[in-house]
Design a protein around this ligand. Structure first.
Ligand code: AMP
Ligand code: ZN
Length: 114
């Protein structure tokens, strides 16, 4: 999609530090990490937010969670634990309107989140 930062990253027009890629999913390091490990997992298809998930495109979400488990193994954090977070909409702090899942690990994570 034109003017979408994460679509441009998938297309290779904007550089990123790739962590994982398959037919459905692209994952890369967050540019402003909030923890020692902070990876963003995104569907290759443009979906603006959780509000736009439908019966037609929801398979991508399952693929993202499959990929998350593989990435956790790859990073060596599967056993110690990690968090997957999606912000939806302005009040939740969503700033990029291409669906993404933050995978965060490497420190003690607080609950509830701020
Ligand atoms: P959110 O605020 O939930 O929409 O998350 C957007 C995330 O994208 C933030 O954690 C940003 O640090 C991250 N981000 C923004 N631009 C880039 C970029 N060019 N490469 C990697 N991560 C980015
Ligand atoms: Zn996009």
């Amino acid at each position: 999609m034109a003017d979408c930062l994460f679509c441009s990253i998938i297309a290779g027009e904007i550089p990123s530090k790739k962590v994982y890629e398959d037919e459905w999913v692209y994952a890369f390091e967050d540019i402003s990490p909030v923890a020692p490990h902070h990876v963003l997992l995104i569907p290759k298809e443009h979906i603006a937010s959780v509000n736009e998930i439908t019966a037609e495109n929801s398979a991508a979400v399952a693929k993202i969670y499959e990929a998350a488990g593989k990435i956790a193994q790859q990073l060596g954090i599967a056993q110690e634990g990690y968090r997957i977070v999606t912000n939806c909409g302005e009040k939740a702090g969503q700033t990029v309107f291409h669906l993404h899942f933050h995978l965060i690990a490497g420190r003690d994570l607080q609950w509830p989140p701020g």
